[in-house]
Design a binder for this molecule. Structure first.
Ligand code: ATR
Length: 288
């Protein structure tokens, strides 16, 4: 019932997501809905790919003629070694989350960062050009987002992280694209007033520890757009506190939706039915 033409048949084009764990992924729900709405005879499934089996799984894409695959934790870095071509931005980020199979030639892309920036534009109406950003966290998510923000014209990125050395490391990478520096979480207090955008990229506040918050709420000022990439819950405590202090807020669901939208567009060459994708994911996350 998930396939656009009403069932899987000999013409169905196959897609999937490779991850470990992958059982809770919302990607199959979202992409099957997208194919259905677009009237494309395709099917998208989740594949639990354990460490050590990724290369075989990628060979399987070619052997079975899958048109595209998303790659998630923990395979986004390693998969680069097994592809035929890597998009320059994915190469610069050092991670691939989307594979396109063009007649047996596999090309890797990264749609996380650009998906994030597109959601910031579309949903919060935020133009990053010339803005100063506080990027909370220095992991893989922060790297992709920081890269995209820098490429889209952020004038300054202050990376704030629990482990200062990691903040400095990410900042020295981002400094190749825009002005960047690394600080500890304790220094956010004295720097946050410089920023127009605060992006939270760690898992702090994610279900089930929903009362956790990455910074003291008192630091949030009304001139700030507070953006949280956590989307379970849809409204994190960080966003609630930001609202209460008169700041603008941007939730994390959009990044997930738009990284999937870009993948859909790379695979099919058609615009993604973004609102239908959002609706089906949102329905599955909301209580009731
Ligand atoms: P991801 O790929 O999701 O970005 P990651 O690469 O493991 O995940 O990065 C996790 C990020 O969350 C790091 O910035 C980490 O901070 P450290 O570098 O100090 O480890 C941050 N993080 C995780 N748990 C945290 C916590 N309880 N408080 C603050 N930061 C935390």
């Amino acid at each position: 019932a998930v396939v656009g033409t009403g069932g899987i048949d000999t013409a169905t084009v196959m897609y999937g997501v490779f991850g470990d764990p992958v059982a809770h992924s919302k990607s199959p729900l979202m992409l099957n809905r997208a194919f259905e709405v677009a009237g494309i005879n395709a099917a998208y499934a989740a594949f639990h790919i354990r460490p050590g089996t990724l290369q075989d799984a990628v060979r399987g894409i070619r052997a079975l003629g899958f048109r595209g695959v998303n790659v998630t934790i923990p395979h986004k870095l390693e998969v680069i070694d097994y592809l035929d071509e890597i998009d320059e931005h994915a190469r610069a980020i050092g991670a691939v989350n989307t594979i396109v199979n063009a007649e047996g030639k596999l090309k890797g892309y990264n749609t996380d960062g650009i998906g994030y920036v597109r959601s910031l534009k579309e949903e919060a109406g935020f133009d990053i050009q010339g803005k100063t950003v506080i990027l909370l966290g220095a992991g893989g998510a922060a790297r992709g987002i920081g890269y995209a923000l820098a490429k889209e014209g952020a004038s300054r990125i202050i990376v704030a992280n629990r482990t200062v050395s990691k903040a400095e490391e990410l900042a020295s990478y981002l400094d190749g694209f825009t002005r960047s520096e690394g600080i500890g979480l304790d220094a956010v207090k004295s720097r946050i007033h410089e920023a127009e955008l605060l992006v939270h990229t760690t898992k702090v506040g994610m279900h089930p520890k929903v009362e956790d918050i990455p910074i003291e709420p008192e630091l949030i000022h009304p001139g700030l757009l507070v953006s949280d990439i956590v989307y379970n819950p849809l409204e994190t405590r960080l966003l609630r506190e930001a609202k209460a202090r008169g700041a603008s807020v941007h939730g994390g669901l959009g990044m997930f939706i738009y990284q999937g939208a870009y993948a859909f567009e790379y695979w099919t060459g058609q615009p993604a039915p973004v609102e239908a994708m959002r609706a089906v994911v949102q329905r599955s996350l909301s209580p009731e």
